[in-house]
Design a protein around this ligand. Structure first.
Ligand code: NAI
Ligand code: 15L
Length: 268
């Protein structure tokens, strides 16, 4: 069913962008897809625009005449502060500011578990906890969430910030048995976030129905999310293929895994 005339996806050339390009094809009459990288050729329901998120004029053009934005674009792991600053901090500011100027009503922001990556795995946290970023990357996602809060409180632009765990075809290590979200569940979560009647400012965790979990995702059920997949089906194979880790190694202690364990990116 077409719920919108036009929805914008930023970061559409990336891994999750490709997943949503297919998965959200029916949600709007037109999907506008932007990235700074090549986007291929446009299907009948698509508009393609090259757009560097760090360039406000370009983002203003990308957000014109759209009803909702799925903001995936940005540096997706730890990097230099300069790259994180331009793509994630300036880039997200430009998306929210352009949305305000163009009257966009709702934004789904691809946040990350690395905004809270320094919580200990023995703690189950919900989405009301304070940020504890584990990297400059995680810090930029904490900024993005606060930006979303500010633009809702001041201007009424609604946001769902999805703290995505590990969204890949299948879990790639033991930690991902807890943090994994299947592509289908991710598509469902973004769709529900777009079409829920009222979301205000909501923070949820992007995860499937995994028996092992660090996060209380009650708020995700409020928007109607019901995960269909589970990492549990990969559990036996993963345990057989990987050695038992030292439980006190920093990559095991913290929610953020290796991101929390790594040193400062620019020192390496
Ligand atoms: P990706 O790296 O495959 O895609 C990111 C896209 O953003 C790329 O196509 C890149 O060209 C684009 N981009 C980066 N800087 C840009 C700029 N200045 N202007 C325009 N485009 C720019 O990453 P992926 O996995 O698709 O992730 C999408 C989003 O979800 C990212 O924001 C990432 O931080 C977030 N996320 C993903 C997780 C996962 O498990 N895949 C986990 C947590 C968060
Ligand atoms: C993220 O935020 C990254 O974008 C993704 O590549 C994974 O590293 C994921 O977190 C994770 O924590 O597994």
């Amino acid at each position: 069913m077409k719920h919108f005339k036009r929805v914008l996806i930023t970061g559409a050339a990336g891994a999750l962008g490709k997943v949503l390009r297919a998965g959200l094809a029916d949600i709007a009459e037109t999907l506008r897809l932007t990235d700074r990288m090549e986007l291929g050729s446009a299907a009948a329901n698509e508009e393609l625009q090259v757009c560097d998120l760090a360039d406000l004029e370009s983002v203003l053009a990308a957000t014109k005449d759209v009803e909702a934005i799925v903001h995936l674009g940005g540096v997706a792991r730890e990097n230099t502060f300069n790259n994180i600053l331009n793509s994630n901090i300036v880039g997200s500011y430009n998306v929210y500011e352009a949305a305000r100027k163009n009257g966009v009503k709702r934004i789904i922001f691809a946040s990350s578990n690395h905004a809270i990556g320094f919580y200990d795995r023995t703690e189950t946290i919900d989405s009301n906890v304070m940020h504890r970023p584990d990297s400059l990357y995680g810090l930029s996602k904490a900024f993005g969430e606060d930006l979303a809060r500010y633009y809702f409180d001041k201007f009424g632009i609604e946001s769902v910030c999805i703290r995505i765990g590990s969204c890949f075809p299948e879990p790639m290590d033991r930690r991902m048995l807890a943090t994994w979200q299947s592509y289908d569940d991710f598509v469902q979560m973004v769709s529900k976030s777009l079409i829920a009647a009222r979301v205000g400012f909501t923070v949820i965790y992007g995860m499937s129905d995994n028996c092992e979990s660090f996060w209380d995702n009650t708020k995700a059920s409020v928007i109607g999310y019901r995960p269909k997949d589970t990492a549990d089906v990969f559990r036996e194979k993963m345990f057989a293929a990987t050695p038992t880790p030292d439980p006190f190694a920093p990559a095991i202690v913290y929610h953020g895994g290796g991101f929390a364990a790594d040193g400062h990116f620019e020192d390496q």
